[in-house]
Design a protein around this ligand. Sequence first.
Ligand SMILES: [Zn+2]
Length: 110
Amino acid sequence: MSKYLKFMNTPEGVQQIFTREKIGKMSGDEFEKYEKRIHEQLNKIAIPTNGELAHENQGKIFVWHTMSDGKVCGECDSMEGKIFEHMEDIPDDLHPNCRCYIEEIDLNAA
Ligand SMILES: [Zn+2]
């Protein structure tokens, strides 16, 4: 599992990966909203470029999973099993304390 995915699968649930390009496109308000998280990511795994992340994406897909335990809210439940081809397209945790996580499937390791 890549360090990026490990960072996403924190105990609090999925957290989107901020790339340099993504941050560059943020408005002032958006940046303010995510500033703390961006710094946290910077300290732990740095801020990749889209190109660096694309390298991680090669031959892989990413699947959203809920904990499937009856405490899952409807919003998260609607995401269960959703497939993403690019890590940077995976959205943020849907709400505070979201327990969802991302499974990485290596298509070359079949
Ligand atoms: Zn969730």
